[in-house]
Design a protein around this ligand. Structure first.
Ligand SMILES: NC(=O)c1ccc[n+]([C@@H]2O[C@H](COP(=O)([O-])OP(=O)(O)OC[C@H]3O[C@@H](n4cnc5c(N)ncnc54)[C@H](O)[C@@H]3O)[C@@H](O)[C@H]2O)c1
Length: 436
């Protein structure tokens, strides 16, 4: 196989984050800390992962970043938007994820990252309100202002390339509407300030219009509509989403494929958690929670394939609860009770108690997604990047395909895509040649 031609990662890469809250500031502070040798980038495939190439007997397992031209951390410049005008140091303090002692060591760099004014409308995130918000005559005007921000940021920092990742709050639940059906309909709806265009779509439109890769870290509909895929195709921009796969759903997509692999039945899966950060506060609003719930619940349906295994998975009672509980801040505690069934129908139970840190799990994902989208763009890949499903709770996929949720299949897809880029043999795990 011939390797894919990939433009080298020369010059600086701007990572634009929409929303400078807990996740974003943990990514930014983390990259600054790693650059200074203060901490390790644990959880990041682009920084720590290896990839097996060739046969098992060849002993070739290089670091991914040694064989693929991924931008280095030293070449990243962060920027972003928020409706609160706190700089990244103040926002990281408010988020309370990282120790003050660590933040002090990178304070000047964090303070220099100040949010640009946001496109924000309370109609889509009921629990928030802030002063740093753009005014415009309609949503098209707001999109043009975001484009102007992007261009100014690129020129000011002398950047070669950009990517945008939505790390803003979860918006209210929305479904596809006629305004999303085509690019022409969407652009007319922007002019008319159609209510079916939430703030997140204004940013996504601005990024894609500029040919900038876009990822959606929240479960919002945003770029998972025909108008956005049409625009991404037109400007050759890679896109992916939705909703970073962290915490309880990460564990679910690790455990569920194992139960299914052994054909153990599941009668019910009850998940509940407490968390007290701003994300938890926003999700306390039923309309934002509905968006999150839909994203979290679909995972098991696709993994268990009840239509193929009716005796095992037809009657699953899947319940997901999120409880806003301020004392815990970003340190979420999740409980799962799984009622399973074995040989001859005998019932068993599995209990999982996960004391996790939401943004600590999310930060390496945002970094990887940004770096891999930039790689995809330089490799000439555009539209939906299904190989990045590994990172998302509701992976964006082509119409007519079902999404792949099994973490291990997702990882195989991701690494095989990297092997394909490198012109290396894909790994099928058949392995007969070792015994012939
Ligand atoms: N932390 C995780 O494990 C995780 C996992 C999956 C998804 N997410 C999603 O990531 C997003 C960010 O999470 P977080 O914990 O950082 O939340 P957060 O509340 O700390 O940060 C979100 C920030 O976005 C800002 N914001 C909201 N709307 C905006 C807009 N239109 N323009 C600019 N800024 C806007 C808010 O002011 C806030 O500062 C949420 O949607 C969350 O559901 C987080």
């Amino acid at each position: 196989m011939k390797p894919v031609e990939i433009t080298p990662a020369k010059g600086k890469l701007g990572i634009l984050l929409v929303g400078l809250g807990a996740v974003s500031t943990t990514v930014i502070a983390g990259v600054l800390a790693v650059r200074k040798g203060l901490a390790k980038p644990i959880g990041s495939l682009t920084q720590m992962g290896t990839i097996r190439l060739g046969k098992r007997t060849e002993g070739r397992s290089p670091k991914i970043s040694d064989v693929l031209p991924i931008a280095t951390l030293d070449d990243i410049v962060f920027g972003g938007w928020d409706l609160f005008d706190d700089n990244s140091y103040e926002a990281a303090k408010t988020a309370g994820v990282l120790e003050p002692a660590l933040l002090e060591q990178i304070r000047p760099e964090l303070e220099a990252i100040r949010p640009m004014s946001a496109v924000f409308d309370r109609q889509y995130v009921k629990r928030l309100d802030g002063p740093n918000v753009k005014k415009g005559k309609n949503k098209k005007d707001l999109a043009d202002q975001v484009i102007a921000d992007i261009r100014a940021f690129k020129a000011h920092h002398n950047l070669d390339r950009l990517v945008m990742v939505w790390c803003g709050s979860t918006e209210i639940f929305m479904v596809e509407s006629p305004a999303h059906a085509s690019l022409a309909a969407f652009e007319a709806a922007l002019e008319a300030s159609d209510p079916s265009i939430p703030s997140s779509m204004v940013y996504a439109y601005a990024a894609l219009k500029e040919g900038i890769p876009y990822a959606n870290g929240a479960p919002n509909l945003t770029c998972d509509v025909p108008a956005m895929t049409e625009l991404a195709a037109q400007t050759k921009s890679p896109i992916c989403g939705k909703d970073l796969k962290t915490g309880q759903t990460l564990i679910k997509t690790i455990i569920a494929p194992g139960l299914k692999a052994r054909l153990l039945g599941v009668d019910g899966w009850y998940s509940t958690n407490i968390l007290g950060n701003r994300d938890g506060e926003v999700l306390d609003d039923p309309e934002s929670f509905k968006t999150k719930e839909e994203s979290k619940k679909s995972v098991l349906d696709y993994i268990f394939q009840a239509h193929l295994y009716p005796d095992l998975y037809k009657e699953i009672h899947h319940v997901v609860r999120i409880n806003y509980y301020p004392p815990r801040g970003d340190n979420k505690e999740g409980w799962d009770n799984v009622d399973i069934r074995g040989w001859l129908g005998y019932p068993m139970q599995l209990k999982i108690n996960f004391l996790c840190r939401d943004s600590i799990l999310a930060a390496p994902i945002v970094l990887d997604v940004a770096l891999l989208l930039d790689l995809a763009k330089r490799a000439g890949m555009s539209g939906i990047q299904e190989w990045l499903s590994f990172y998302f709770k509701s992976p964006q996929h082509a119409p007519g395909l079902y999404p792949e949720h099994d973490l291990f299949i997702q990882l195989m897809k991701l690494k095989n895509t990297m092997r394909w880029m490198l012109g290396e043999e894909l790994i099928t795990h058949l392995g007969r040649e070792y015994y012939d």
